[in-house]
Design a binder for this molecule. Structure first.
Ligand code: IPE
Ligand code: IPE
Ligand code: MG
Length: 239
């Protein structure tokens, strides 16, 4: 879909977001952490829709990391329940929302019903405007390890020689195969770290760290991040 405002420069084609700050949002209101995650899911819906109207092609969101299993079993169960509900609704509204889904992460650790929902959502690839890459049980290091393992298996099976390995070939073994690297990565919540997100793909991404908590993140915050991105001078090692 074309950007609606022709006076604005085109947005990045791929934006990635670390959806952080749900717990603090809930704490500020004296609510349980799961209420923060529910508000975070609403924020995601709003921002995914807004990305579609802006003409952003890929939106990658960090929803659950390989380290997030350290949280209490109640919190993990609450997050999984919200994901299930979100995916059930998304499957019904897929045509209307013109969104398609990919999942980045080791889904084998999720419950069988959630795995099935993820696979069903991935299979449905009607005409769409935005591809949402949902990072679930995702870790950047884990992604590289599993890519290396699969390449080693292909070498053992005689499909490749070790010296065939290039950056492009390794990229093809990552969850993000065929997806261009994100130009812009946004982390709300005030934290300034990657927390194991897109370690390979972020080599030349522009980071924008913002003080807003994810449930409060609004379309105007996204506009602000995109404006900041346009002010950056990307050199890719050149001059
Ligand atoms: C992000 O919000 C959601 C997940 C990591 C699943 P947090 O739950 O990390 O919120 P804070 O950082 O504790 O505020
Ligand atoms: C990163 O946030 C993971 C997600 C947003 C899903 P965390 O809250 O887990 O990161 P840390 O623990 O602050 O580094
Ligand atoms: Mg956090």
């Amino acid at each position: 879909m074309a950007p609606t405002d022709i006076t604005k420069p085109a947005p990045p084609q791929h934006i990635a977001i670390i959806m952080d700050g749900n717990g603090r949002w809930a704490k500020k209101r004296g609510l349980p952490r799961t209420a923060g995650h529910a508000a975070g899911a609403e924020s995601f819906r709003r921002i995914a829709n807004y990305c579609r109207t802006l003409g952003v092609r890929y939106l990658t969101v960090y929803a659950f990391s390989t380290e997030n299993w350290k949280r209490s079993s109640e919190e993990v169960a609450g997050i999984m329940k919200l994901l299930r509900r979100y995916l059930e609704e998304a499957l019904q509204d897929m045509e209307k929302n013109r969104v398609c889904f990919r999942f980045f992460g080791d889904l084998s650790k999720l419950s069988p019903d959630l795995q099935k929902l993820c696979h069903d959502a991935e299979k449905r690839s009607e005409d769409y405007d935005v591809q949402v890459n949902f990072c679930l049980n995702y870790g950047g290091r884990d992604e590289i390890v599993q890519a290396a393992r699969r390449f080693a298996e292909d070498v053992a099976a005689g499909k490749h020689n070790p010296e065939d390995l290039t950056e492009d070939l390794l990229s093809g073994y990552l969850y993000s195969a065929d997806v261009p690297d994100p130009e812009l990565i946004i982390r709300p919540s005030g934290e300034k770290r990657t927390s194991n997100f897109l370690l390979w793909q972020s080599a030349y991404s522009e980071y924008v760290f913002m003080n807003v908590l994810w449930p409060d993140f609004s379309p105007s915050d996204l506009d602000e991040a995109i404006e900041e991105y346009h002010r950056r001078n990307r050199r890719f090692g050149g001059t």
